[in-house]
Design a protein around this ligand. Structure first.
Ligand code: 5AD
Ligand code: SF4
Length: 384
């Protein structure tokens, strides 16, 4: 009998996409997919570290699995831990979740590992991995490492293969998808953060300075044009964009290229300029609003969505109200509002100690979620 595997995935689309490639690796080694985690030879737990709650869920899941097998007097499956929690380091993870048998670094599942996709129409296609933008709250540059773009050739080969298999919808994935193909500084902020030297705000590289506007057509726009040239591809989406490299050429491409989905996801993170500065986002609300205006002026059918963090350290009532007012002005169709979660190792965790108490974060979350998502609490546009 063939050995079986099951992958339990937490977190974002990049993780779901990685899991498809991990499945590809298992199937290439002759394993069969198990129907559920409760009856499998091997269990991969693909973790997320974006907020503490995501880490808690992964830990609770492993405990649940171990208990379930023990209750049934069955040997527990081999548990393989991978994904963004790996930034904690092997020993720390083994301490946190004792039942783990193996650790699988995310980068061991390369772009080129073929994916096992359950969906037959829509495919995730990763175009870059990692992130070079050091937003002070974010663990991603540590958990996924420096940004690396996949080559145009590799991406197109994968798209050709998808077309042959009958796929018509593609979502391009990257933490900072629009910066695909751009040369960036390989900054090792991690080294700075780990050093004993006094760490100051000035030591954090400015996000925008890393993404100097390219000459001519930005590579990402070229990529969109190449993929759109396949007649079989009908819908193209991409996640996630950032305001600092949302160039006019990209706006123009979205406006005229109707294969690109009319839903554009553009995280703002805060509607207060002082908070944005502490977050090191490298733009102001006016810069953000300008991109939105250009998109809407180009095509009134364009619908926007965003991500916002409430309760960032030191966020005053006034700063929160600025976000509320900005939300009313932007009129996003959907907003993924999150309460700030301190992530050890990040610049914010090291620099800002004026944490907002949980009840206030919760209250702000409720207010903002209600304002942005009031019309579609049960009917949010699908961010596939
Ligand atoms: N706390 C809360 N939310 C966070 N995000 C990223 N880091 C944190 C954090 N430390 C949110 C951001 C990002 C989304 C994927 O998760 O809004 O866009
Ligand atoms: Fe995190 Fe900022 Fe990179 Fe997004 S752009 S993954 S929020 S560091």
């Amino acid at each position: 009998m063939k050995k079986t595997y099951f992958i339990h995935t937490f977190g974002c689309q990049s993780n779901k996409s990685d899991s498809e490639r991990i499945a590809g690796d298992y199937e290439a080694r002759g394993y069969e997919p198990a129907k559920s985690w409760d009856n499998t030879d091997e269990l991969v737990v693909n973790t997320c570290a974006i907020r503490k709650s995501a880490e808690d869920r992964a830990r609770a899941f492993v405990l649940k699995v171990v208990k379930s097998y023990a209750d049934r007097n069955l040997p527990k499956p081999k548990i393989i831990f991978t994904g963004c929690m790996l930034h904690h380091g092997k020993n720390k993870i083994m301490e946190m979740v004792t039942a783990i048998d193996e650790i699988l670094p995310v980068n061991e599942v390369g772009f080129n590992q073929s994916a096992v996709r359950r969906d037959k129409k829509h495919a995730w296609v990763p175009i870059s991995a990692g992130c070079n933008s050091f937003c002070t709250y974010c663990i991603v540059p540590y958990s996924r490492g420096r940004e690396q773009s996949r080559s145009m050739e590799e991406i197109i080969i994968e798209v050709e293969d998808l077309v042959k298999k009958g796929y018509s919808e593609i979502t391009l994935l990257g933490q900072n998808v629009n910066s695909w193909g751009l040369e960036k500084m390989g900054i090792s902020l991690r080294k700075m953060l780990m050093s004993d030297e006094k760490f100051t705000r000035e030591m954090i590289p400015n996000n925008q300075s890393q993404y100097l506007k390219p000459e001519g057509t930005p590579p990402f726009v070229e990529l969109l044009q190449k993929i759109s040239a396949f007649p079989e591809i009908k819908i193209i989406r991409f996640l996630s964009s950032n305001p600092w490299d949302f160039h006019d050429e990209l706006v123009a491409e979205i406006v005229k290229n109707k294969k690109i989905d009319r839903y554009v996801h553009l995280p703002v993170q805060s509607g207060s300029n002082t908070v944005l500065d502490r977050m090191n986002r490298g733009y102001t609300t006016a810069d953000y609003a300008k991109v939105v205006e250009k998109l809407r002026a180009g095509d009134p059918e364009i619908v926007l969505g965003t991500d916002i963090i409430v309760g960032f350290p030191g966020e005053t009532d006034e700063e929160f109200n600025e976000t509320v007012e900005f939300a009313k002005k932007m009129n996003w169709k959907v907003g993924f509002v999150a309460m700030y979660s301190p992530r050890p190792g990040t610049a914010a965790h090291r620099l800002y100690h004026d944490e907002i108490p949980y009840p206030i974060r919760k209250k702000r979350w409720e207010i903002l979620d209600q304002i942005i998502n009031k019309d579609n609490l049960n009917n949010r546009p699908k961010i596939v």
